[in-house]
Design a protein around this ligand. Structure first.
Ligand code: NAD
Length: 317
């Protein structure tokens, strides 16, 4: 059975090798970037372990009839055309539970760094200053309202952590409705944007959430508001955000993800002192990295053995 890794930027694939070897399976590794590349390299594959390579309708159609499963390294499946996969009977799987703590910690760390002005104050102190007044204003975090957009696994864990700091936590999710006595109070998206001091984005990137945070949404936020996005770049309109940060429409932002990754060198966000940037690292810890690799390979092995998969994203007949 042909198994391929369409692309993967990990140091080593030893974990995958070990797991698959238990069933006498092995794989070929490629670094596909484009549709044509992916079709050419993955032709004949029954199972694809996929990181970022585009699994579009064109690619999926070209890889049939052999292709039966795509296992994504991660939670988000926005690089896979789910409708096409379902139509062509391709089982898509992800790993939804390997980095809930890491990503929620990333958002929490970003929130605290922005709230305490940690990065600019560190830079100023290293440059020779010793002046707390450069940090003015800083607000007491425990008296702030944190607004969480998307109360799934990561959003809810982040909400829990913000609640533990004493913050008032409100949230919006079209599917998940917190109970009345929950520590997260349910609000509309509009209310979250208008009343939160810190807005943290945790919904998936879909056609419905693309540019959910656009100029109109940013205009609803407080001038002192902080925006955090550790979910997917496309949810925030970067052009509108750069303008809002540049004019002081909102106070600061922290982004772990970008509309185009790597974030282009010419992006206006790179030059903004009130925009904290990290390179899509929220998922990563040594432990999460190993767990992700093991779970991706185990899911492929289940399919190869003809067993039910553990993390189906779509339903195929
Ligand atoms: P999840 O599926 O458990 O939760 C997502 C929640 O968003 C769901 O409750 C859903 O109802 C809600 N949602 C859907 N549309 C919405 C909308 N329009 N407004 C508000 N909420 C909406 O997913 P998760 O595990 O919590 O992960 C969330 C996202 O985090 C993933 O989709 C992924 O893109 C991103 N992620 C990023 C990293 C990273 O390294 N930065 C790592 C893992 C996941």
């Amino acid at each position: 059975m042909k198994i391929v890794v369409s692309d993967c930027d990990h140091d080593s694939l030893d974990v995958e090798e070990k797991v698959l070897a238990r069933d006498g399976l092995s794989f070929e590794l490629f670094q596909c970037r484009t549709e044509d590349d992916t079709v050419a390299r993955c032709k004949g594959a029954v199972i694809i372990l996929n990181q970022y390579a585009p699994m579009t309708r064109k690619v999926i159609a070209a890889l049939k009839p052999e292709l039966r499963q795509i296992v994504r390294y991660g939670v988000g499946v926005n690089n896979i055309d789910l409708a096409a996969a379902t139509e062509f009977g391709v089982q898509v799987c992800n790993v939804p539970d390997y980095s809930i703590d890491e990503v929620s910690d990333q958002a929490l760390t970003m929130m605290m760094a922005l709230a305490r002005k940690l990065v600019p104050m560190n830079a100023a102190t290293h440059a020779g200053a010793w002046d707390y007044q450069q940090s003015i204003p800083v607000f007491r975090l425990s008296e702030r309202t944190v607004g969480v957009i998307g109360l799934g696994r990561i959003g809810r864990r982040f909400a829990e952590k913000a609640h533990a700091l004493g913050c008032t936590v409100i949230g919006y999710d079209p599917v998940f409705a917190p109970a009345a006595d929950d520590f997260v109070a349910a609000r509309s998206l509009d209310e979250v944007l208008r009343t939160a001091d810190i807005v943290s984005v945790h919904c998936p990137l879909t056609d419905g959430t693309r540019h959910l945070i656009d100029a109109a949404a940013l205009a609803k936020m407080k001038r002192t508001a902080l925006l955090i996005n550790v979910s997917r770049g496309g949810i925030v309109d970067e052009e509108a955000l750069a303008a809002a940060l540049g004019t002081g429409r909102i106070a600061a932002a922290a982004l772990d993800v970008a509309e185009v990754e790597p974030l282009p060198a010419a992006s206006p966000l790179r030059g903004l002192a009130n925009c904290l940037l990290t390179p899509h690292m929220g998922w990563y810890s040594a432990e999460a990295g190993l767990e992700l690799k093991r779970k991706v390979a185990e899911e492929a092995a289940r399919m190869a053995r003809g067993e039910p998969v553990r993390y189906p994203v779509n339903t195929v007949s």
